[in-house]
Design a protein around this ligand. Sequence first.
Ligand code: CA
Length: 220
Amino acid sequence: MTAIVVVEDEPDIGDLLALYCRREGWTVHVSGDGRSGLEAIRSREPDFVVLDVGLPGDMNGFDVCRELRQTSDVPVLFLTARDDEVDRILGLEMGADDYVTKPFSPREIVARIKAVLRRGRAETTPTRAGFGPLVVDLARHQATIDDREVPLASQEWALLETLVNNQGMVLSRQQLLDSAWGAEWIGDPRTVDVHVRQLRRKLGPDLPLATVRGIGYRLG
Ligand code: CA
């Protein structure tokens, strides 16, 4: 299960982030200052850290990150209240994976966390799938037939990526929507059918995408 540590001294923000993360099924621990945050990160070994820059006590977010980077390469997303370049550059130079300026939407944070976690996973899961002349290269974000690139719209790509990452499994339309569009997306699960039709049209008969009646789809 994905574990997140949020280091944020404003309780409203910490609570809101925790709420949105828990909705994703992630476990969340919130620390209110840098030192306890660092302790929480070291003891819990989370998959992701959300780190406010301005923290009370003797360690701000930058101090926490600097300490953390001595021993850990856990992804870090900085929250900063100061919308100036110095903060951003400082944040990124010290090994942060991303940053967001306040005020922000918790949905945006969740989306950023997902993007970073996806990037991390891409290094450990197979990034290429071949189906005869059709090759889906997740790392290069490219689908090719006989080495000729097939242009895909972003939602088609997200759908294809989800299918490739779950090859051999039957996925319901809702699962595909949640994974490819994000759980926040509200709409008709039949939208998936429209994009599946497009994928089939573009990628042709080599795509081993089966319709599982009454449930959804299975690749391979
Ligand atoms: Ca703060």
